[in-house]
Design a protein around this ligand. Structure first.
Ligand SMILES: C[S@@+](CC[C@H](N)C(=O)[O-])C[C@H]1O[C@@H](n2cnc3c(N)ncnc32)[C@H](O)[C@@H]1O
Length: 238
């Protein structure tokens, strides 16, 4: 028998963790909120009441549990700090054009003792990034990107992913019309009237992603509020 085989037989089986950390991640959410300054904490509480634990758990299970993961439009780093806590082997790279938010994201991770994450101030359309990401997520950001730039951005994200890498897109679909109006009013309250908001029906996102060679699955996630949430998992084909 070769020495290599003998060594392999003697090696203990790789340690696997079979843990089901807090079903709804409420402790992780609480820690993120407490790590933020007062005003941002109010925002975080609102964001986490919209992106409820049920929705977060769906995305958490779709994302790889380790490796480099891109967070497009990371804002204050709420979800980097959340997904970084639920699976500590993830190394999240957050990108947002708002330098102040990016600085806050860094501080939140520092305060929580989360290591291996980095945050870059820049526009996802052209910021310099090293590719080969195992996963990426875009949470309620695509509709803030001008319509003409959405397909090129998805194409860029595909090129930044490693083969079999998954892109998790959470956005708002356009039906029912009342749900869309409700969301748009709240978005307008946040960004004002000048910024373009470019929502799309989930079928359109699916068609765009499929045209880029992704394997696409999607679910609508009901809410007590009338947000028409949709979560799309797009896997880059090998
Ligand atoms: C509604 S917030 C969502 C923030 C965060 N993903 C969350 O779910 O709380 C939209 C974020 O997208 C960022 N954003 C807008 N256009 C972007 C772009 N072209 N590249 C990267 N981020 C962008 C904004 O600065 C803002 O922080």
């Amino acid at each position: 028998m070769s020495t290599r085989l003998l060594r392999a037989l003697g090696r203990p089986k790789a340690q696997r963790r079979f843990e089901a950390p807090e079903i709804y991640g409420s402790e992780a959410i609480g820690r993120v909120a407490r790590a933020l300054p007062a005003v941002e904490r109010v925002y975080a509480n609102i964001r986490f009441s919209i992106l409820r634990p049920k929705l977060l758990s769906v995305m958490d299970l779709l994302l790889p549990d380790e490796g480099r993961i891109l967070d497009i439009g990371c804002g204050f780093g709420l979800f980097a700090a959340y997904f970084g806590q639920t699976q500590p082997s993830r190394r999240i790279v957050g990108v947002d054009p708002n330098a102040r938010r990016v600085e806050t994201a860094r501080r939140v991770c520092d305060r929580l003792g989360l290591e291996g994450h980095s945050f870059i101030a820049g526009d996802a359309r052209d910021v310099v990034l090293e590719g080969g990401f195992d996963g990426a997520y875009v949470l309620d950001v695509m509709h803030h990107v001008p319509a003409k730039d959405q397909l090129p951005l998805l194409e860029r994200l595909r090129d930044l992913l490693a083969p079999r890498g998954v892109l998790v897109l959470k956005d708002i679909t356009t039906e029912p019309a009342f749900g869309l109006k409700f969301t748009e009013l709240l978005d307008r309250a946040m960004v004002g009237w000048d910024e373009p908001l470019a929502y799309r029906h989930h079928r359109e996102w699916g068609e765009m992603l499929a045209s880029l060679g992704f394997h696409v699955r999607m679910v609508r996630v009901p809410d007590v509020l009338p947000y028409p949430h949709v979560v799309i998992a797009a896997t880059k084909q090998g």
